[in-house]
Design a protein. Structure first.
Length: 92
């Protein structure tokens, strides 16, 4: 694609990241990350003082840009089209 032709084609996410500290939640993540390597799927490898950690991102805001880069002017005030977090949750 040419620069500036991404009109409503890119999803932007503002969120908050945090370390996953619960064994059950780590187990879900490592099962997805390492399906073919059982040795890496022990949650203990990611807890405590271990250098290996699992992090999660929690989306707070979602949006698309309504104006492409080529259409921006000095008068452009609003270019974001907000998206519902509830819609995202139904897709996951």
């Amino acid at each position: 694609r040419k620069r500036g032709d991404n009109h409503r084609r890119c999803l932007y996410i503002q969120g908050q990241g945090s370390e996953v500290c619960e064994r059950a939640e780590i187990q879900v993540a490592v099962d997805l990350l390492y399906p073919d390597n059982p040795a890496d799927r022990d949650p203990e490898l990611f807890l405590g003082d271990s250098q290996r950690k699992i992090y999660k991102g929690i989306p707070l805001k979602l949006w698309l840009n309504d104006v492409s880069e080529k259409e921006l002017t000095k008068e452009t005030i609003k270019m974001r089209v907000p998206l519902s977090l509830e819609v995202l949750r139904t897709l996951l």
